[in-house]
Design a protein around this ligand. Structure first.
Ligand code: UDX
Length: 438
């Protein structure tokens, strides 16, 4: 099929290259010239395993190309909207890029009438497709749909190629059929529903993950108050519940969801924090209250301060002390620092007057531009450890699991990533009660 993907950011590029690999003829539309040049040369503008190889192959095979001209969507049977949906200051979703892309498409289509499906791939609050996008395409030729992505950074290509399900929210049966056809080569179940159901399902999915993480952090709070109790032991017992870890063919299966039932320094990234805030803001406008989800967010907002409390528990006041932060990305395996718990720990340390040095295996010094030289940057983990009195682990970057007892710095494990036997008595960990008095 002929497909256009408007917006070649994270979601658009993975989707575009992925669809090309299924045999479709895909044109990406990207307004940023530098980004376009990189993509045309096979260089994605962000770190994502498997994507450079996938992109290069599709470019070479002529199944994927990128341009700046929205007019190039005229031949497409399916146009996917994958533009950014940033947050306003109050956390509400800013739909201006979705709306202006839809306006642009409506003009292109008016000049070249044909049957097409426009599907919103960006995460948008329930009602967006029906109330903000569909009215821009009033004729019977265009079916408007919601087609949310469920891609995790670090495994986005794999997630695209092996989805749990493809969700298609579309009122017109013919539009839903076109999208089913588009994804048929994946062999995944396709859920056809209404646009608003599809939109809310995406928010529900991310709100659920956020809730599990904040729940775990709440249990960690309780554990920290009790001598000899470690949240890891407590949650492992929870994981053993057969409803969470079923026995299949005589073996215990540990579903991936269990890794979100784990205490740490809070969730981050480009999706979980933003999506929860966008949903709450939209619901507030509708006059609705959601105390559980508000609490999920409040627990998360409090985590960086709790991690720094652990540093002060070990060292005393951090003012004028040299403290290291290990991990600037929002999780291991990515260079994305958006809403990163590590950066929030940096902010809290600075607020309390500490001297901060950071290290991340994938993030460069550029990520610290906003700090105007107030934060030190180490190129090597060992160099940082030699300099600081304490080092806070904030991500599950594989390198951090190798930290051993042969070091001066106190370790504060904010991600519960180190094996417990690597933690010395002087070290601290989120969710671990006082060790001595056990
Ligand atoms: C998330 C959703 O998982 C994905 O389905 C959706 O499409 C976009 O948002 P992503 O933002 O890449 O994907 O992050 P994810 O891997 O889910 O991590 C989110 C937060 O949860 C991070 O702060 C991470 O550190 C934490 N996390 C992640 C865990 O606590 N445990 C895990 O196993 C994975």
């Amino acid at each position: 099929m002929k497909v256009a993907v408007v917006g070649c950011g994270y979601v658009g590029l993975v989707t575009g290259a992925g669809l090309a690999s299924l045999g479709h003829d895909v044109g990406g539309i990207e307004t940023d010239q530098e980004r376009r040049r990189g993509i045309a040369a096979g260089l994605p503008p962000f770190h994502e395993p498997q994507l450079p190889e996938l992109l290069a192959k599709q470019l070479a095979g002529g199944r994927f190309r990128v341009s700046a001209d929205l007019g190039d969507t005229a031949d497409a049977e399916v146009v996917l909207l994958a533009v950014q949906t940033p947050a306003n200051e109050d956390g509400a979703i800013d739909l201006q890029y979705v709306e202006s892309a839809a306006d642009g498409l409506a003009q292109v289509f008016a000049a070249r009438p044909a049957r097409r499906v426009v599907a919103v791939r960006s995460t948008v609050v329930p009602g967006t497709v029906d109330e903000r996008v569909a009215p821009r395409f009033p004729g019977p030729d265009t079916a408007v749909a919601s087609n949310p992505e469920f891609l995790r950074e670090g495994s986005a290509v794999e997630d695209f190629l092996r989805p749990d399900r493809v969700v298609v929210g579309c009122h017109e049966p013919w539009g839903a059929r076109v999208l089913e056809e588009l994804y048929r080569p994946l062999g995944a179940p396709v859920v056809v529903t209404t646009p608003a159901t599809a939109e809310l399902a995406k928010y529900a999915s991310n709100a659920f993950l956020a809730t599990l993480i904040s729940f775990s952090n709440e249990i960690a709070r309780a554990a920290e108050g009790i001598a000899g109790v470690d949240v890891e032991d407590v949650l492992r017992i929870l994981h053993d519940d057969r409803r969470l870890s079923p026995v299949v063919d005589g073996s215990i299966v540990r579903p991936g969801i269990l890794s979100y039932l784990k205490a740490g320094c809070g969730y981050g990234g480009s999706c979980l924090p933003k999506d929860l805030s966008a949903l709450l803001a939209a619901r507030r406008v509708a006059g609705a209250e959601h105390p559980l989800l508000e609490a999920v967010r409040a627990v998360n907002d409090g985590q960086p301060a709790r991690v720094v409390d652990l540093v002060e528990d070990a060292l005393g006041e951090v003012r004028s002390r040299k403290i290291g932060v290990l991990g600037l990305a929002f999780k291991g395996g990515t260079d994305d620092v958006r809403s990163s718990p590590g950066l929030r720990v940096v902010d809290e340390l600075l607020r309390r007057g500490a001297e901060v040095i950071v290290y991340d295996p994938l993030v460069g010094e550029d990520a610290l531009r906003a700090y105007d030289g107030r934060v030190g940057f180490a190129r090597e983990l060992e160099a940082l450890l030699d300099e600081v009195e304490a080092a806070v682990v904030t991500t599950n970057a594989p390198e951090f699991s190798a930290l051993d007892g042969d070091r001066r710095a106190v370790i504060v494990d904010g991600r519960r990533f180190l094996p417990p036997d690597r933690l010395r008595e002087s070290d601290r960990a989120i969710g671990r009660g006082p060790v001595n008095s056990a």
